[in-house]
Design a protein around this ligand. Sequence first.
Ligand SMILES: Nc1ncnc2c1ncn2[C@@H]1O[C@H](COP(=O)(O)OP(=O)(O)O)[C@@H](O)[C@H]1O
Ligand SMILES: [Mg+2]
Length: 314
Amino acid sequence: MTATAEGTAATAGLVDDPLVRVSDLTKRFPVGADTVHAVEKVSLSIGRAETLAVVGESGCGKSTLANLIVRLIEPTSGRIEIDGVDITDLGTRALKPHRRKMQIVFQDPFASLDPRRQVGKAVAEPLLIHGVAKRGAALDETVRNLFEVVGLEVSHIDQFPHQFSGGQRQRICIARALALEPELVVADEAVSALDVSIQAQVINLMMDLQSERGLSYLFISHDLAVVERVSHRVAVMYLGQIVELGSRAQIFEDPQHSYTKRLLAAVPVADPRKRRDRPLLTGEIPSPVWKQGTGPQLVEHIEVEPGHMVAREE
Ligand SMILES: Nc1ncnc2c1ncn2[C@@H]1O[C@H](COP(=O)(O)OP(=O)(O)O)[C@@H](O)[C@H]1O
Ligand SMILES: [Mg+2]
């Protein structure tokens, strides 16, 4: 229950030969005459078998970043590489073999599953879409294996989503994400809606899958207690930009940016004697909406230690 992600070479904050490399990734959404600067020049990498967590408050751009990386939405500018291949400008057909390597699991498994489709069919679907398997005994066997891998009863394969609990439904979504044997799984608040005990079980499953399969995770969460358990490295986002990035130890034990310190101070601590001064983040987050021709000031990063990047503060 209290196990944390095992250290990897990436724990030092240095990633050689990363699975994913993102450079100056930017996404702006027009809203009327104004522009939402959702993600501004984000650069990061994700190592093999590494969990990079992205933390920050609601609206800071975490989901937009996730959707950009798996190319569910188009970037305004910047570059995304996976396995050394620049996939930024690939069209649907050229993207297909690369898309298999990256799967995403969302917060709400119920919304991700078709209520009228048996869950075994949902898990088989990506294999059929990608032409990896044909309907038949071999596919059924693959799906049964996936059910076992995620700790679900194989006999429940013909049931429908509403017949499962929230935690089981998230396991179904994980099984479907694993079907194509991805290298990267993006978990966008994937355990955030689950009860604490169920959350711990799903996290344990994800960490087991990582050590068995060498999976990389982009683990998006606003919950720092969860992030401290699962992450090898952590990126702290604020208003579309990364204000601090480092190993789990660098972020949790030696935070440098004032925003990271505030986020950490807001984590609820069970023991009242250890509670810190500031119980919650206070104050409005400034808006990411800007008038044409204006925009946020871009942060400048300083490397305070190898792999520990901190945005310079005034
Ligand atoms: N399709 C969209 N159109 C306009 N604004 C959007 C769209 N998607 C996200 N945004 C805005 O971009 C910002 C970042 O959103 P999001 O990435 O969902 O943040 P997070 O996941 O950290 O809560 C927010 O201000 C949000 O309102
Ligand atoms: Mg989000």
